[in-house]
Design a binder for this molecule. Sequence first.
Ligand code: PLP
Length: 438
Amino acid sequence: MAKRSDAAGLARQILDMNAFSASARPAGSHTLLDRRLANVGAAAVLFYSEPLEIVSASGSWVTAADGKRYLDFYNNVPSVGHCHPRVVAAISEQIGSLNINSRYLSGVVDQYLEALKATFPASLSNVVLSCSGSEANDLALRIAAAFTGGTGVIVTENAYHGNTSIVADISPSGWKKAHQLPHVVTIPAPADAGTYQSLEDSFAADVRAAIAELDRRGHKLSAFICDSIFSSDGVYADPPGFLRRAVEEVHAAGGLYIADEVQPGFARTGDAFWGFARHKVTPDIVTMGKPMGNGFPMAGLVTRPDLLERYCRDTGYFSTFGANPVAAAAGTAVLNVIEEEQLQANARIRGEQLMQRLSGLASKGGEVVGVRSAGLFIGIEMSDADFASRVINGLKDREVLIGAAGRFGNVLKMRPPLSLSADEADMFVDRLTDVLAA
Ligand SMILES: Cc1ncc(COP(=O)(O)O)c(C=O)c1O
C-alpha cells in the first residue's frame, strides 16, 4: 500500500476536530451552553472552545447573538447562499399548499426527480429520496450487498459516511476506539503515489490489495465507497482521473462503486457538477445530501434500475418524509439557482482566485505544508493539528468560520457558499494571511 507519514500527530475522530470540550469550558455564566449540555448530554457536539450562538444568516454571512458577523467558509449546506430568497420562497409556497407523505402522485416531486436525473449519466435513471446522507448511504450499501451477494466494503482510512448502524461501521473517522470489523478494509487516502508511477496506479494497487485482504477474510467484495473529494480524509482532489483504475479493479472483482457526493456534489468542485465526473468514472450508485435543499433536510441516491430492482425484490423500501413535496420544491429551487446564477462557473472562478493567492501562502514558522482544492472545496494542510487549531481560532477572532479535517486534524477545510463574491474571497485570504503572520 502507498506509504503515508504519521508525522502530523495522533489520528483524530471527526467530531473531536475544533470541538467544544466541557473540560476546557470558558469562565463565567453561559446559560444557553449549560442548557444545551443539560439537554443533549454526552451527544452534544459544538464548535469552538467558546461556542457561537448564531441567530441569522444571509449569503456568505452569519450573524451571532452579540451582533458580530462572520464570513462563513465552513457551511457547505446552505450552498447557494444562506437563506437564498428563491429557496425560502419555494419552501414557503409549497408548505402553504401541500406537504404529505411520498405515497401519492405529485407533479412537484416528479418534476424535481427529472431535473435531478438530468445532471447524471443516463444509466443512473432511478432516484430514491431520503432525509439524510446517512440513510442514502445505508440504502446504497444494502443495494450493493443484495446485488453482489458480497459483504466486504472498502473505505478510506479517515472516511465519514454517516451514522446508521451499518454506515457507522464503514466510517473510520467516527470510531473512538479500535473497531476491527472483518468485512471492512480501510485503505490510505490518495495522498501520494508512493513508489508507483502515478496516484492512479497507487490508489488502484491499494484497492486491489484490499480486495485480496477481504478475500483472505472470507468476504466477497460488495462495494468500494468513497467521498469523491475525500473531505474528512483531508481533501484530495487531484489529478482528476485518479479514481478510474481503482473503479476498474472494483468492477473486475464483481463489486460496485458507490460515489458519496454528500460533500462535493451540486457544483461545488467548479469543473463538474458531481465530484465523480472529474474522474471520468460512472458510479453504480451515487449518494447525495447536505447542499441538496440548501438547508432543507433532504438527501437521496441515484442508481441503475437493475440494481434497485434486485434489492426491492427481497426488501421493501419506504420513507415517510423522503420524497415529500416541500423537499422537492426546495431541491428544484436549488437546481434552478445553480443554473440561473451560474454558480458552477462561479465556484470555478472564485476557486481559482483563492488558489492563486493561497498557493503562495506561508506562515512565519513554515507550518503551511500544502494547499489542495477543486473549485470551492479547499484544504490547507498544516504541519500539525495544534497549529491548525490555532489558525481556526485566530480566524474566528477575525470573524471567519472554517473547519478541520484529515486523519490528524491538521488540514484546514474551507467550503464557502458557491455564490461567494470576489471581495469576500479576498477578505478571507487577507484575514488568513494576518493569522499566519501573527
Ligand atoms: C461524505 C459524507 N457522507 C455522508 C454523510 C452523512 O450525512 P448526514 O449527516 O446527512 O446523515 C456526511 C456527513 O457529514 C458526509 O460528510
